[in-house]
Design a protein around this ligand. Structure first.
Ligand code: PLZ
Length: 453
């Protein structure tokens, strides 16, 4: 049985009509990975307004660890909405907020008293985490890394790395952000092995305390345990340990941005657990709400309590409806056997793509659990990123019935962020269609090169 069911050309006529309305009415700056207009979604399948059914390997950029419209999430949202939508946590108390905080305090790594602050989206939570670290330390400096993505608000945009896509024309940026090289093992500088490159980056962290910022001015180091937008790079465990050690030594706050890698995505509730490192603050969002806007900063109670009374907040943060969704998600994620499904996703992704290494221009296949990417290069020796081919392959995959998105500092990776419980045959079907799309895109690119100008 196949799961993809295409009844019209993609995008179909109704999608095209809606696309025209979007183009006329919505800011042009808001990009869109494909022209499909979605009508409904269930689990790992998405149906568009033309009646076409797609396999979703993008999951709304990794926010659907439990799948679209999980019945228990829908029921929780409906029940909560019928009773109370939102009185604002700055005005009154309501059970869902402390209930979710208690849950996150118990589930996040770290054997110390913890507290939580809820917000609406990832960037807002990262920004709050930095504010908390600054209030706690009385310092301003923040270390971030090349390739990092932390959001689009002014502070988090300043912390984000990739300039051309996320920052062009939007300066001036926030001050006191220090960016250091990140040990991407696949892109070690010439002459260094991956291990030597990680060594150098660890050494450079110490060096930065001399060359860039004194430890006494450093409020926080912010790290993605698996780098997301930057290309699904599992941060080497020893680099995470080195950051931990540096924070212990200087009193800076270690902040793990687990917005994309957390909430079950990698097969542990939080990706940093794989390395056995405990951050001071952990930021989660995306899959936490299964589509409802909710994010959280969870961590050391003394840091969470550091700002003055009234120093943090927002109108909508931690609404009962969003909390109800998150509580249902955490129930599902912590059920025996659910997270281990991420390992199945990783195995199937590797199964489908490893044999294609010789045939397709694959530079690297990497990731953890249900957070996998394939990086494409023009030539395996030079590792020159093949961005144009990937840009062409993504819409071809959509035409074959798979929703997916790119990733990577060089936009030359295809990422797979399926629901953890995607059926194995459905995942194989989707990945095979993507491989076919890549094959077509490579052929078209080579044909174009062969045509004399
Ligand atoms: N930190 C690690 O992955 C969101 C970005 C989509 P928000 N990543 C998707 C886009 O192009 O805007 C993300 C992330 C990490 C922070 C964020 C920001 O989360 O909920 O999009 O604000």
């Amino acid at each position: 049985m196949t799961h993809i069911n295409l009844r019209t050309a993609v995008p179909g006529p109704r999608s095209v009509a809606l696309q025209q309305r979007r183009a006329a009415a919505v800011s042009r700056a808001l990009a869109q990975a494909n022209g499909v207009a979605v009508q409904s979604a269930q689990g790992s399948l998405v149906t568009d307004v033309d009646g076409n059914t797609f396999i979703d390997l993008a999951g709304g950029i990794g926010m659907m660890a439990v799948g679209h419209n999980h019945p228990r999430v829908v029921a929780a949202v409906q029940a909560q909405a019928a009773e109370l939508i939102h009185p604002c946590a700055l005005v009154t108390n309501f059970e869902a907020y402390p209930a979710l905080a208690e849950r996150l305090n118990a589930l996040t790594p770290g054997d110390f008293p913890k507290k939580t602050l809820l917000a609406n989206g990832g960037a807002e939570a990262v920004e709050n985490a930095v504010k908390l670290a600054r209030a706690f330390t009385g310092r301003a400096g923040v270390i971030v890394f090349e390739g990092a993505y932390h959001g689009r608000t002014n502070l988090t945009m300043s912390m984000t790395s990739k300039y051309s896509l996320f920052k062009k024309g939007f300066g001036p940026f926030a001050g006191e952000v220090y960016r250091l090289p990140y040990p991407n093992p696949y892109r070690a500088p010439q002459g260094l092995s991956a291990e030597q490159w990680i060594d150098w980056c660890c050494w450079n962290l110490d060096n930065a305390l001399v060359a860039q910022i004194d430890g006494s001015a450093l409020a926080a180091v912010v790290i993605e345990p698996v780098m997301g937008e930057g290309g699904f790079i599992p941060t080497p465990a020893r680099f995470l340990r080195k950051i931990r050690e540096l924070c212990d030594r200087t009193g800076a706050v270690m902040i793990a941005d687990e917005i994309q890698s957390g909430s079950g995505r990698t097969g542990r509730l939080y990706a940093i657990e794989h390395a056995g490192v405990v951050p001071d603050l952990l930021v989660s969002a995306k899959s936490l709400g299964a589509g409802m806007p909710i994010s959280a900063v969870t961590g050391r109670a003394d840091i969470m309590d550091a700002p003055h009374l009234g120093g943090v907040g927002s109108t909508y943060g931690g609404s009962p409806v969003a909390c109800a969704a998150a509580l249902a998600v955490l129930d599902i994620l912590t059920e025996p056997g659910f997270l281990t499904r991420a390992q199945t996703v990783e195995r199937v992704v590797r199964d489908v793509w490893e044999p294609l290494r010789g045939e397709l221009p694959i530079g690297d296949i990497r990731g953890v659990g249900a957070m996998m990417a394939v990086e494409f290069v023009k030539d395996p020796a030079s590792r020159e990123p093949w961005m144009d081919m990937v840009a062409a392959a993504v819409p071809l995959a959509v035409q074959r019935g798979v929703l997916l998105i790119r990733a990577g500092l060089y936009s030359n990776c295809i990422r797979f962020l399926p629901a953890l419980d995607i059926p194995e045959d459905m995942l194989r079907e989707g990945l095979t269609a993507v491989a076919d799309a890549v094959r077509d895109a490579c052929r078209a690119a080579r044909d174009a090169e062969a045509v004399p100008a």
